[in-house]
Write a protein that binds this ligand. Structure first.
Ligand SMILES: CCCCCCCCCCCCC[C@H](O)CC(=O)SCCNC(=O)CCNC(=O)[C@H](O)C(C)(C)COP(=O)(O)OP(=O)(O)OC[C@H]1O[C@@H](n2cnc3c(N)ncnc32)[C@H](O)[C@@H]1OP(=O)(O)O
Length: 721
């Protein structure tokens, strides 16, 4: 786990060996303590280099050890790092690949840091619901100053070696062999005084108006944290570094960490870390899996339809370095799209510092231009007739073996596949707007989809920087399917006495970026109206009599339809569930009109408004969504709860520190979720989405196992079907 050797005559070389990222598990910590001791006590050794094997310095503490305190055995990190800093021989960290969390804290305990030019460093503990508690919150501000340390520690962002050098976080950047450079450096500093190299002895560089700085940062962090506690603790810890002597600062770091370490938020965020990796190991009901299915390289791709989604997808593809053929048949849209894509690429290049990808795109107004591409993503208007036609044409035009993907968010992928000669080469690629920014990609396979294609698309998603989740084909796939009962409950609550602001506030206090009604105003009420009209659900004036609020025997709220009849489509018309200064404006303000609209609606339907509590809003909206999540699992549409949770965290604004809807259900307690659903279902027999799903009942009957054990119960349930 830790290898020791003497190199170049007088340099003790310690190599961390713990795949995959040389995380600081107990045995590695043991190894470091032992080998440092060995190097320091060997008179032939004049200086020491610490490096990691396989081009990776260290990914930090072993997060798996955090699952239970009982797992945390072995030498603790803090004294281990102190003993390195206190050493009387220079210790140099040779950082290849990355130094993250405890890995960077270890490097900060060394007297010098040399990083490879491609290495990255950071303190991402905040993203795991923690803070850098092996002295990182105290040493980093002393080394690089309070503002830069606050920026790194409160966001957890990874920075490049070049930025680290500029900040003074590393002393040298190496272009070639970092360990050789570090050994050479170690030889050059042997015997030199280390007084000025021990960071814990430093004072934080003075900052003018320190109080104002911290107040300002705290306010910003509180706004962006949406209820997460770790970013706030991070600010408090850095403040301790700026205002207290080192030992007292360390004490404060420890106290703050103790609160975070056992918090539900830390559990949720660490669950998300591993869930994100679990979904990469996709599987299909056929038994095809990520490790047995091989894709093939894609050199050239095409996008059909350059509306908002098509433009974003074109940009995302071009940014991966692929050649892209962008097709739009309508002249006006074609011209506008070229300009828009170009602007998006320029903004992206500015943001990322990467070269412009203009040259990668060829534009065409003819579908014939895609004849030689390897993969096509169709992003035309959401209309089954139109999409079918496009798929028939693609099937005729493209070379055999071309993968055909649809960006539909609502339509049946299998029906589209059946329009082609090779339905096994068709899948859904459900991007989220804006497609070049949003991280989520739902990869929708049908019963005939080839595993090779799923492998190709999952890999392509990764190249585009997306978190791709493979799901089965059903109405709304996973994300939108679960969103429907959530939205329905929000509408029903309006009928029963709530206001859009009351519901949104409850959801935003829970941690959602936006409540259900603000989201509806943003995406446009007319989108759902069009779908409902096509489904024959809309009645002029909302309908009348008892049946006005019932469709197909289940409760229906015509409120959204009535809003649309009044031209209230949301932000785009300046009026929706809220009012806006002007069409296109984003600043939602409560609209007094809504009050009379709802009162008149309730009077017409004989409804008496009652007081709705935040608790009821959360229980009805979230538990209805979670209940649908259990159905999704039961139907085999998602492979596991992790898939659902990652879809919600990355695509639907679910607060990450609550771990996703299924993890949240587990945290609340499945028996409580079941009991509340039963309660609401009994009170609302016309709302079948509140009837607890049989998988939920079975999980409760099986003793409510933790979320990572659900798959076993699901397997049993499915084998009985
Ligand atoms: C009353 C109670 C009081 C209790 C007080 C307790 C005090 C405890 C004191 C602790 C001191 C704190 C120390 C420190 O501050 C805390 C930390 O260091 S937390 C960890 C910080 N590090 C990170 O967050 C890095 C996480 N990793 C990554 O970001 C990436 O993995 C990477 C390093 C950038 C590499 O990325 P990739 O190359 O893309 O590889 P993957 O991400 O796919 O990972 C590959 C593989 O490795 C597993 N893994 C990665 N990092 C860790 C880790 N730190 N620990 C364990 N496992 C890790 C990852 O899960 C993958 O495995 P797979 O899922 O594929 O099996």
């Amino acid at each position: 786990m830790t290898q020791y050797s003497r190199v170049s005559g007088s340099v003790g070389l310690i190599t961390l060996k713990n795949p995959p990222v040389n995380q600081l598990s107990a045995v590695v910590r043991h190894g470091i303590v032992d080998t440092v001791q060995k190097a320091l006590s060997d008179p032939k050794v004049k200086s020491v280099v610490i490096c990691g094997q396989n081009g990776m310095f260290c990914g930090g503490a072993d997060i798996k050890e955090f699952q239970t305190l009982a797992n945390m055995r072995g030498p603790p990190l803090i004294p281990m790092i102190h003993s390195i800093e206190a050493a009387d021989k220079p210790v140099v960290a040779a950082i290849e690949g990355g130094a993250f969390g405890g890995g960077l804290e270890l490097a900060l305990g060394c007297h010098y840091r040399i990083a490879h030019s491609k290495a990255k460093v950071g303190l991402p503990e905040v993203t795991l619901g923690l803070l850098p508690a092996a002295g990182g919150s105290q040493r980093l501000p002393r080394l690089i100053g309070v503002p830069a340390a606050l920026s790194l520690i409160t966001t957890g962002r990874h920075i490049t070696a070049a930025e680290a050098l500029q900040l003074g976080l590393v002393d040298q950047v190496a272009d070639h062999n970092t360990v050789d450079a570090a050994v050479k450096f170690a030889l050059s500093v042997a015997g030199q005084s280390l007084d000025a190299r021990r960071i814990s002895n430093f004072q934080c560089p003075p900052v003018p108006n320190m109080d104002a700085l911290f107040e300002d940062v705290m306010q910003k962090v509180r706004t962006t944290a949406r209820g997460a506690i770790a970013p706030i603790a991070c600010v408090q810890a850095v403040r301790a570094a700026a205002t207290l002597p080192y030992t007292q600062g360390m004490q404060r770091e420890k106290e703050l960490m103790a609160t975070l370490f056992t918090s539900g938020q830390a559990r949720a965020l660490q669950y998300c870390f591993f869930a994100q990796r679990v979904v990469g190991r996709w599987s299909m009901p056929s038994g095809a899996r990520w490790d047995t299915s091989k894709g093939r390289p894609i050199h050239k791709a095409a996008v059909i339809g350059l509306g908002t989604m098509g433009r974003g997808i074109t940009v995302a593809l071009a940014q991966t370095g692929l050649s892209v053929v962008a097709v739009e048949t309508q002249e006006k849209q074609f011209m506008e799209a070229k300009k828009a894509v170009s602007n998006m690429l320029e903004r992206g290049a500015k943001r990322s510092g990467k070269p412009l990808a203009h040259g990668k795109i060829t534009y065409s107004q003819s579908l014939q231009a895609v004849a030689d591409v390897d993969l096509v993503i169709e992003a035309v208007f959401e209309d089954m007739g139109l999409k079918k036609k496009v798929f028939q044409q693609l099937s005729a035009v493209c070379k055999p073996g071309t993968f055909l993907c649809t960006n539909t968010s609502t339509l049946d992928v299998d029906e589209l596949a059946s329009q082609t000669h090779q339905p096994e080469l068709v899948v859904g690629m459900h991007f989220f707007a804006p497609a070049h920014i949003m991280k989520l990609l739902e990869v929708v396979y049908g019963p005939r989809s080839s595993p090779e294609l799923v492998a190709v698309v999952m890999e392509l998603g990764k190249k585009m920087g997306k978190v791709s989740v493979a799901v089965g084909n059903c109405r709304g796939f996973v994300g939108n399917r679960m969103l429907k009962p959530y939205r329905d409950q929000a509408y029903f609550l309006l009928e029963e006495g709530a206001t859009p602001q009351l519901i949104d506030q409850a959801l935003e206090e829970f941690g959602f970026a936006m409540g259900a009604f603000k989201v509806s105003d943003l995406s446009g009420l007319d989108v759902g109206w069009k779908v409902r009209k096509e489904e024959g659900l809309v009645q002029p004036g909302g309908g009348s009599g008892k049946s006005a609020r019932i469709r197909n025997g289940v409760r229906y709220s015509p409120l959204g339809d009535l809003m649309c009849e009044q031209g209230r489509f949301g932000q785009k018309t300046g009026r929706g569930w809220y009012q806006y200064d002007k069409p296109g404006s984003r600043d939602a303000r409560p609209d007094p009109w809504m009050h009379s609209f709802l009162e008149e609606y309730r009077a017409r339907h004989g409804l008496v408004a009652r007081r709705i509590s935040n608790q009821e809003v959360l229980e009805r909206c979230l538990y209805a969504m979670i209940n649908e999540g259990f159905r999704v699992l039961e139907d085999g549409i998602a492979a596991g709860p992790e898939d659902i949770d990652i879809i919600y965290v990355f695509g639907y604004g679910w607060p990450r520190h609550r771990g996703g809807p299924m993890f949240y259900a587990n945290m609340v307690g499945l028996e409580i979720v079941l009991e509340r659903l039963e309660h609401y279902a009994q009170a609302n027999p016309d709302m079948p989405t509140l009837q607890p799903c049989s998988l939920l009942r079975k999980l409760v009957a099986s003793g409510s196992p933790p979320v990572n054990k659900w798959k076993e119960v699901i397997k049993n349930v499915r084998s009985q079907l």
